[in-house]
Design a protein around this ligand. Structure first.
Ligand SMILES: CC(=O)SCCNC(=O)CCNC(=O)[C@H](O)C(C)(C)COP(=O)(O)OP(=O)(O)OC[C@H]1O[C@@H](n2cnc3c(N)ncnc32)[C@H](O)[C@@H]1OP(=O)(O)O
Length: 425
């Protein structure tokens, strides 16, 4: 891949940095830069990569100071669920700058190079989990999916009397590794129900289970509760661990931490939670990684007693605006001209005429006066259907030239279920 030099946009105004694909010999340096920047032991990263290899070396970028690696960024190709079906997306990860070289434009140079690289691969979207919320907005990423943690104390864990209950369902407990093909089928079925996720191909189940199983003090191994129908079909699952704690009075006061609750039917969800909320020796169940509209609060008899916290978000960028807008479906017809500002991907900047009947969509460059002017990051936040552009207009960070244009586009972009990404990468 060609070597490029990028003018820095950082206030410190350093000269451009050389950015290119890592050579084989530079990959260990890139790992060292990343683990040093993110403050994790190098051995930990090397161990995961050895046991669950997911990297494509051709996607690992390095920034150089002379012949020394001072920055790195990586990405994976995923099939991201968007309205209309799965589409190729670059899952950006492994971003780090050597601590003595921070705030001198190294990340900016890496991001620009990566965008052009991802575009050349035909991936019209890029997604990432940010270590800090202040980093990626300036690079055109917007928060497209939120996650919530809901903590339910045993005293307030009763479900509503009308929660659907099916005596024909059974709950089993298993080690995730023993039922992986079934878990994968269930996970894939759940992906078709809301945008924001992707199937765990190759070693991604291994990476995910490793992440959730990391040793923690006084904490059990990772288990999975499975809900089966009368014919044995798997209808629901919840990965979870139990932490042992004593209360002030010396009585058991442990906690169940639940990840990835999946239920294909409402009755399966009731069965899962009634099982998890009744775990012996515990007084609290904490469910991690729920989407904005998860039904759990609607199932609780007293939802006001549950403590809800927003914990994270998937960031999304339109790498190629017209192609990304054309490859998704829409909830409603729309005919509008969007003016896009994009500092780092000049091919996106300009006016785009979006016309769709919902399924058949055309996006073309135009000189016509715009209905709406937005930053590319706003489109990223809105792409999975739950990042209203009307809010940007009200905030004054997007400009509506035609009254109602933002609301009409929001209606078209809307998805009936909120997005969720349940895989860290
Ligand atoms: C997807 C992932 O991998 S997430 C992991 C990201 N990595 C980390 O958090 C590891 C620790 N941090 C780092 O390695 C670095 O500080 C990075 C990667 C966050 C930033 O790299 P830098 O080379 O310092 O960024 P760069 O100099 O290009 O900054 C460009 C602009 O972003 C701003 N910026 C950079 N990092 C941050 C931040 N964490 N919060 C807010 N603003 C930031 C800079 O101030 C600069 O602004 P300016 O142009 O107005 O001066």
């Amino acid at each position: 891949m060609a070597v490029e030099r990028h003018p820095s946009t950082s206030r410190t105004g350093d000269p451009g940095w050389e950015v290119r694909t890592a050579t084989e010999a530079e990959i260990p340096d890139a790992s060292r830069v990343f683990t040093t920047a993110i403050n994790i032991p190098l051995e930990e990263l090397l161990g995961v990569e050895r046991d669950h290899p997911v990297n494509d070396p051709d996607r690992i970028l390095v920034a150089l100071d002379g012949d020394r690696v001072v920055g790195t960024a990586n990405s994976h190709r995923f099939a991201l669920s968007v309205p209309g079906g799965p589409r190729p997306a670059a899952g950006v990860t492994g971003v780090g700058v050597w601590p003595t070289h921070r705030r001198r434009g190294v990340l900016t140079a890496l991001m620009r190079h990566q965008l052009a690289d991802v575009r050349a691969r035909g991936e019209n979207l890029a997604i990432l989990w940010a270590s800090e919320g202040g980093i990626y907005g300036r690079h055109g990423y917007g928060r497209a999916a939120h996650q919530h943690t809901v903590a339910v104390r045993r005293a307030h864990a009763a479900l509503r009397p009308d929660a659907p209950r099916d005596p024909g369902l059974t709950v089993e407990l298993a080690a995730p590794a023993d039922v992986l093909p079934e878990l994968d089928r269930l996970h894939r079925a759940a992906l078709t129900r809301r945008p924001g996720g992707f199937p765990r191909e190759g070693h991604w189940w291994g990476v995910r289970l490793w992440m959730l199983s990391r040793p923690r003090p006084d904490t059990s191994d990772l288990r999975v509760a499975l809900v089966r129908g009368p014919d044995g079909a798997l209808l629901g699952s919840a990965l979870h661990r139990v932490t042992t704690q004593d209360g002030e009075d010396g009585l058991p006061a442990g906690k169940v931490t639940v990840h990835e609750p999946i239920a294909l039917t409402p009755a399966a969800r009731t069965a899962l939670y009634e099982y998890l909320f009744a775990t012996d020796l515990t007084v609290e169940t904490v469910v991690v990684g729920l989407p904005d509209d998860d039904p759990l609060p609607a199932l609780l008899a007293d939802p006001a007693q549950a403590v809800r916290r927003t914990t994270g978000a998937l960031w999304l960028r339109l790498v190629d605006v017209p192609a990304a807008l054309a490859e998704r479906s829409y909830a409603h017809p729309v005919d509008t001209v969007i003016e896009v500002a994009d500092r780092h991907a000049p091919w996106n900047a300009g006016r785009w005429h979006l016309k769709t009947d919902g399924a058949d969509t055309r996006v073309e460059a135009t000189d016509t006066a715009p209905d709406l002017t937005v930053d590319v990051a706003h489109l990223g936040a809105a792409h999975l259907g739950r990042g209203p552009l009307t809010t940007r207009v009200d905030a004054g960070t997007a400009v509506e030239h035609t009254p109602g244009a933002a609301a009409r586009l929001d209606t078209a972009l809307y998805t009936p279920r909120a997005p969720l990404c349940d895989t860290g990468f």
